[in-house]
Ligand binder design. Structure first.
Ligand code: HEC
Ligand code: HEC
Length: 335
């Protein structure tokens, strides 16, 4: 009798503990289910994002051997161009020391970071500036000569072939002829006034100067081989024939990407006005010059914001440089 009493108590305690644990488990699995349901509902309300996603070498085990080697070298040439072609480059000393990546973020893979998602799918293409059908080599060399204020590299060089192979690999999942969402630079809403370099100067001082310097000179990295912060004007910057010298490209790039790693397409840090104005300030500063007398042989194809005459219309050079642009675009449409 005494024995039974002695045994009964721990058994009862055991049952109670087990009961509580089972209850807890059931309760937490119910909570988990509710949580999952709420999460699924939340996901369903999120905007579907169809933006381009760059391939990754980590998950790609199809690209192998020589091709894989060239993809990797091509990527490094884009990310650290200056180490190969800059003032102390290992291949030649023929550029201003900028990297392609300074303007094509994350080696040309970042969404809305002026990426290369559309390159392999849309080249060769007829381009207005040269009025000829241009292939990928030609387009790459345009940026070497203008954005990097340097010299073209030979199409059959291992470097050019590697850049080509890298761009082909980046675009391998993009349908021919298609320009994926988030590739290149999106159009920024026009202002109904001219962009104002004076207002832009204040934006520059407040938002950009800490990184890009008080003279737009940028900052060279500790090893001296490339820029930690690239220059925005002056003799080491892009020349006046470069894509960024057109205000719509610069304002769009800045609106979607600057300040670096703080602004994004969905969450810009500048207002649209500030982006146009700071662009106007940057492009009103001195920079290297390029003979562009052979550009735009067909004037009717000239971009609305090409900052040099002659033009097919009667708007001033100043309006083509700073806007307002809508009247220029409208006049072109009605022709
Ligand atoms: C100073 C900024 C800058 C630098 C540096 C630069 N680019 Fe560009 N690049 C641009 C801009 C701006 C465009 C035009 C984007 C547009 O109009 O959509 C462009 C366009 C291109 C395109 C065509 C993209 C397309 O979808 O049509 C290719 C290819 C390209 N660049 C390659 C390079 C390579 C390779 C380098 C380095 C050798 C380089 N770029 C360096 C600014 C730059
Ligand atoms: C936190 C530092 C930082 C700030 C602030 C910043 N940038 Fe940048 N910017 C960078 C870096 C870094 C790059 C190059 C990115 C790379 O190489 O991956 C860059 C690249 C650029 C480029 C293209 C390359 C070139 O030199 O032409 C432009 C144009 C630019 N920034 C403009 C601006 C403007 C305008 C502002 C102010 C609205 C600004 N940035 C604010 C760090 C910054």
């Amino acid at each position: 009798m005494n024995d039974m009493k002695r045994n009964w108590l721990p058994i009862l305690l055991g049952v109670i503990v087990a009961w509580v644990i089972v209850g807890e488990v059931i309760d937490s699995s119910r909570k988990q289910k509710e949580e999952d349901k709420r999460f699924a509902e939340y996901l369903a309300t999120e905007e579907h994002d169809s933006a381009w996603l760059a391939p990754s070498l980590y998950s790609d085990n199809e690209t192998s051997g020589k091709e894989r080697e060239m993809v990797m070298y091509g990527q490094d040439l884009i990310a650290h161009t200056s180490k190969y072609f800059g003032p102390n480059g290992t291949v030649s000393h023929t550029t201003n020391g900028m990297n392609c990546q300074n303007c094509h973020l994350d080696a040309g893979t970042r969404r809305w970071g002026n990426n290369y998602g559309a390159v392999y799918s849309t080249y060769p293409q007829l381009r207005g500036r040269s009025n000829i059908v241009q292939d990928i080599y030609g387009r790459v060399n345009d940026c070497f000569e203008r954005s990097l204020n340097g010299k073209a590299i030979a199409n059959n060089s291992y470097e050019m072939q590697s850049i080509y192979t890298y761009m082909k690999w980046l675009g391998k999942d993009v349908q021919k002829g298609k320009k994926p969402y988030s590739s290149g630079l999106p159009k920024l809403t026009f202002l109904d006034r001219a962009a104002d370099p004076e207002k832009g100067k204040m934006v520059y001082i407040n938002v950009c100067q800490t990184c890009h310097g008080d003279k737009g000179q940028g900052m060279v990295s500790l090893d001296g081989k490339e820029y930690s912060y690239p220059p925005l004007w002056g003799k080491h910057s892009y020349n006046d024939g470069a894509g960024l010298y057109r205000l719509s490209s610069l304002a769009s790039f800045v609106s979607n990407n600057m300040p670096y790693n703080q602004a994004s397409h969905k969450h810009p840090k500048l207002t649209t006005e500030e982006a146009w104005d700071v662009g106007a300030f940057v492009n009103s500063q001195p920079r290297p010059q390029l003979d562009q007398s052979k550009d735009w042989p067909d004037l009717s194809k000239k971009s609305f914001d090409a900052p040099y005459g002659p033009y097919a219309d009667s708007f001033s050079e100043k309006q083509h440089k700073y806007g307002p642009f809508q009247p220029i675009v409208n006049a072109k449409k009605t022709k």
